[in-house]
Design a protein around this ligand. Sequence first.
Ligand code: DGP
Ligand code: NA
Ligand code: NA
Length: 213
Amino acid sequence: LRIGNIDSRGALVVLEGLDRCGKTSQCSRLLSYLEGLGHSVELWRFPDRTTSVGQMISAYLSNESHLDDHTIHLLFSANRWEKRSMMEAKLKAGTTLIVDRYSYSGVAFSSAKGIDIEWCKAPEIGLLAPDSVLYLDIPPEKAAERGGYGGERYEHLEFQRKVAQCYQMLRDSSWKIIDACQSIEDVEKQLKEIVLDQVTACKKGKPLSLLWS
Ligand code: DGP
Ligand code: NA
Ligand code: NA
């Protein structure tokens, strides 16, 4: 009989997609679902606008400040690095993290501006790799039709089209592509299944790995 498995941990689950793909509401639904099953779980989001780096990012996104494309890229990356040790501690303590955007947003949004993709990935190397990346796939035109683009810097159809193309280049075996044009309930059902599988695998000791592997 083994009492407690030292390698048991929480799962790192990331939701990605264009602005208005429905990510944020699906994140809350996943949170309630896992809490209801009695799992230890937290909802995180990047950028985390509460830190001092996050406040610089927030000012940039709302067009209150203007920064060189490389500079803002590194700030987004720093915002993930400043949360890295807490992220690892939470996972090792058995808490599953549902994360609204991560390094893939970092690389997709900056490479959409024309910055070399390898340059974009470099500062992300060594961050924790997600167990699962759930990509909510929606045509940019459909997302734009949903309305509610809040007027932030990147919320324009033309730019979102480029971001969609850049996301395509980042797909790997940890990605699951979900058709985000389905009903909210159908999307939710698919996400729940995938996430529960990951939570179970991580409880059994699936090892953590690092970006980009
Ligand atoms: P959100 O708070 O999820 O609405 O994200 C704010 C905006 O910032 C959104 O348009 C996506 C973009 N974004 C998120 N993460 C990054 C990143 O790491 N780099 C860049 N350049 N943009 C990002
Ligand atoms: Na947004
Ligand atoms: Na969002």
